[in-house]
Structures are given as C-alpha cells and as structure tokens.
Design a protein. Structure first.
Length: 321
C-alpha cells in the first residue's frame, strides 16, 4: 500500500489537474459509468464535530474507495489546525486490497473549487465580467482562484457575515490584478457569477438579489439542514448538481424540494451538460444554479491522480499491509 502524506499534496496536485479529474468524473457519473455510495455524516457529540464517509466506484477509471473526515469547528482557535480534516483511502477494485492512503485536506479544497469552476465553464455566460463571493473563509480563496481562470472577469465583489475576513478575497483579487469591492447582499445584483461558500443553516442570498443571466454556484450546503439561498431562487433558476440524490437530501435543493416548490426531476446533473445530453444554458437571461454537494467520486478522482504522480516521482511511501 502507498501512503501520500498531506505535506506532499501541494507539490503534486494543481488546480488544472483537479479541474480535469472532477470534470471527467462528473461526465462518468452522468453516463452511468461511476456511482457514489450513500453518505454517512454525523454529529459525534465531541468537540461539536461533524464526521462522516463519502465513497464510490468509478468503473471507467477503476477507482474504488472512500474519504473519511469532517469538520472540527474549534481546530483553528484551539490547535492552529484547519477545521476541515480528511483522509482518502483507495482500494484495488479487482481484489479489495488497500491500495493507498492519501492526505485529503488540500485535495478537498482543490476538488471543491474545481467543482464550482466546472459549473462556471459549462453554465456561466461567456461574457461574464463581475464575480461575487458570499463567504470569505479558507475555502473561499480556493474557490475564487479557480473561478477566475474560467472567464475574463474584470471585478470581484464580496460579502461575509464577518466583514473583517473580506481581505482574504481582496488579496486573491489583487493577485489577479482585479479590483475588489465589499458589498451588501443587495449589491450581488451586479454579479454575473456568484459563488456561495459558507457553513450557514439559514438562507443568506435572496431571490431578488440575483439578476437575470446570473450563474450561482452554491458550494456550502452538504448536510441536512444547511442552507445558503432562498428556496425561491431555485424556482427561478435552472438547477444543476453533482448528484441528484445528494442535492435533494443534503444539498441546497433539499429545502425547495421539501417545501414542494420544485421536483426532483427539476434537478439535472452537471455531467449531462458536459456530455452534451443536456443543453445547459439556453439564453443570456437564464439564471443557472449549481448545487455542489460534494461527492466521494471527486475525492477519489483527485486522490488517484495524486497517487500516480507520487509513485512516478518516487514520493509515495510504500508499506506492507
């Protein structure tokens, strides 16, 4: 079995490689060549932590495994560690033997950013110029860097519940040579693309705070009860997701479906757009929304890519198991 420690990931996985891996696995899911296992996610009753497992099997790429981990909200303040902690385990689909153990923290950040970036590539207007960010934490910086590579954006606007964190976004915008402006939520009507990446359990963005033609990527809702946008926004938008079953149960669509505002059949797979079996955006006035719930196959795809590179470069640690 190979071990690829967390400390090695930054030198092995690029945003471009993460994007390619995630785009390919979304396409495989839509064509029926890959599927995710049911998600387990629980409050463990210790340190206010949420812990769980996401796994799946990609028959096309012969990738089998799971990611174990979760969210420890006091890590940063108590221990100087990031709050999200995870490890990816890969298994040989022919024998069931353990194949690799891979540090999953940076990979999770990169694959989550890649997912919203894939949605921007396939659903945002080609002439999108202003990108709006809701949330300014650790993951938001990954989201923004990846998103800026998908269109010729000219401005970044941002909102955060704690405004003192907005310099995180301003720094990324500055690195890209773009102006940054802090706005109230009503100011999001200026955005052509909006990414929400928070841990909220209450709707933040209202349906009236989004202009026609906008693409929204809702990336923070991955647990029952979480919510980032008004369910009426999903009524106004054409809704796409990574996996429909997760979208309607633990994703942003859980609220709109639960209230009877939309049906499960109103939620489409982003992979179908990638494959060309769903037209995606059909007009410049259309609002599109991507419900990024985070699927195990994303983690497995990027982890498998990292293991291959680590073996090639002699970085992977081989152990008897």
């Amino acid at each position: 079995m190979y071990i690829v420690p967390e400390r090695e990931i930054a030198g092995l996985m690029t945003r471009e490689a993460a994007f390619s891996a995630v785009e390919q696995v979304f396409a495989a899911m839509a064509s029926g060549d890959a599927y995710n296992f049911p998600v387990i996610r629980e409050a463990i009753g210790h340190e206010d932590a949420l812990y769980g497992f996401k796994g799946g099997f990609d028959q096309a790429g012969l990738t089998l495994g799971l990611k174990a981990g979760g969210y420890w909200p006091h890590n940063l303040e108590k221990r100087g560690l990031i709050n999200h902690q995870s490890t990816v385990f890969l298994f040989d689909p022919d024998t069931g033997k353990a194949k690799a153990m891979v540090g999953g923290n940076l990979l999770t950040a990169l694959r989550t950013a890649a997912a919203s970036s894939v949605s921007i590539k396939h659903l945002a207007r080609d002439d999108a110029k202003v990108i709006g960010m809701i949330g300014a934490g650790h993951q938001a910086t990954f989201q923004l860097r990846a998103a800026l590579e998908q269109r010729s954006f000219e401005k970044v606007i941002g909102w955060n519940l704690h405004p003192e964190m907005l310099p995180n976004l301003e720094k990324v915008a500055s690195e890209a040579g773009l102006p940054f402006e802090a706005v109230e939520l009503d100011g999001m009507t200026e955005a052509d693309v909006i990414i929400s990446i928070t841990s909220s359990f209450d709707a933040i963005l209202g349906a009236g705070q989004v202009s026609p033609g906008t693409h929204i990527a809702c990336m923070g809702t991955d647990t029952k009860g979480k919510q980032e946008v008004d369910p009426q926004l999903l009524v106004k938008a054409d809704v796409f997701t990574d996996e429909v079953a997760q979208s309607i149960s633990i994703g942003e669509a859980q609220h709109a479906v639960g209230q009877g505002l939309i049906l499960e059949s109103d939620v489409a797979q982003i992979g179908a757009v990638i494959n060309g079996t769903n037209p995606g955006r059909s007009s410049d006035d259309q609002i599109t929304l991507f419900d990024g719930t985070g699927v195990g196959l994303q983690d497995l795809a990027v982890a498998a890519s990292v293991v291959e590179l680590a073996i090639e470069k002699g970085i992977a640690i081989e152990v008897d198991f």
